[in-house]
Design a protein. Structure first.
Length: 84
């Protein structure tokens, strides 16, 4: 009976860790994209003639942040599947 409880506790801890990992990745991506948007907006306000260049760079940077977040979520789900 004790072995079953220990295995169940390990399973629950692993699932909790995978869920927290995915959540932290999404929160980090949201913060990163917010900072990119703030910087791009400030840059366009200071130099309106460079708005297109700044906007393009911000879009590329946001895509990189989303890619890293997606990778982190996939790793968290792979850990979750490995636990089951």
């Amino acid at each position: 009976m004790m072995m079953l409880q220990a295995a169940n506790a390990a399973l629950n801890n692993g699932l909790l860790g995978a869920g927290l990992g995915a959540g932290v990745a999404v929160i980090g991506a949201g913060i990163g994209i917010g900072l990119i948007g703030r910087g791009a907006t400030e840059g366009m306000a200071r130099q309106p003639e460079q708005a297109g260049t700044i906007q393009t760079a911000a879009l590329i940077l946001a895509a990189f942040v989303e890619g890293v977040a997606l990778f982190a979520i996939v790793v968290a789900f792979m850990i979750q599947n490995k636990i089951h």
